[in-house]
Design a protein around this ligand. Structure first.
Ligand code: PRP
Ligand code: URA
Length: 209
């Protein structure tokens, strides 16, 4: 079974609290998403492999640890996942970025696919799927399904807020995918929104409401 990491770092908790507030502006929400992604990414990349490399400092030759290759892919689930990309790219600037377009049908809450473009060599890459919300889990499961169908193997899922239901569904469907969440909330409401949550993440990032 996959591992679930819930962050207890005070900076992350504070920033997520600000993002939840109704009065937080679109600009502040976007800035906070980038900052939280960076803070979470720092921990979510802990398992990346290092290799020993010989270098020369101004003083002498030495052996140092560097990331093994540059084989990382960040895959946001559109739209709201885009809010996490810049923060992750600040940490791993050479990562490639794939995109998966999904929206939830307002009636059924089932994910509907409209776009998928991944790096060609996705099968070799360490993949970080990012999306601020894990609600029913339908979108996350569908996104990981797409990536696996195209050969992706080493996949980590990162989100801001998760409902217990979504975590369970994702773990059941993809027991090999570890999950990093900044906050685990109480439940879903009758419209499959996370409670207390932060509302519609896409609308809050882009001011569409
Ligand atoms: C939101 C969110 C996730 C999905 C989570 O996207 O960004 O992708 O809902 O819900 P689920 O776990 O129940 O599938 P939405 O469908 O609102 O699309 P948007 O990002 O384009 O607004
Ligand atoms: N998608 C969102 O943007 N928010 C939720 O609470 C659930 C799904």
């Amino acid at each position: 079974m996959s591992k679930v990491y819930v962050f207890d770092h005070p900076l992350i908790q504070h920033k997520v609290a600000l993002m939840r507030k109704t009065e937080t502006s679109v600009k502040d929400f976007r800035d906070l998403a980038r900052e939280v992604a960076m803070l979470m990414g720092f921990e979510a990349t802990r398992h990346l492999e290092l290799e020993e490399v010989e270098i020369e400092t101004p003083i002498c030759k030495t052996t140092v640890n560097m990331l093994k290759g540059e084989d990382i892919a960040i895959v946001p689930i559109l739209r709201a996942g885009l809010g996490f990309v810049d923060g992750m790219l600040e940490l791993v600037p050479n990562a490639k970025v794939g995109h998966i377009g999904l929206y939830r049908d307002p009636e059924t809450h089932e994910p509907v696919e409209y776009y998928c473009k991944l790096p060609k060599d996705i099968e070799k890459r360490e993949i970080f799927v990012v999306d601020p919300m894990l609600a029913t889990g339908g979108s996350a499961v569908a996104a990981v399904d797409f990536i696996k169908r195209r050969g992706g193997k080493k996949i980590t899922f990162m989100c801001l807020i998760a409902a217990p239901e979504g975590i369970e569904v994702l773990q059941k469907a993809h027991p090999d995918v570890d999950i990093y969440v900044a906050a685990k909330d109480e439940c879903l409401n009758e419209n499959a929104y996370i409670v207390p949550g932060l509302g519609d993440a896409g609308d809050r990032l882009y001011g569409t409401k």
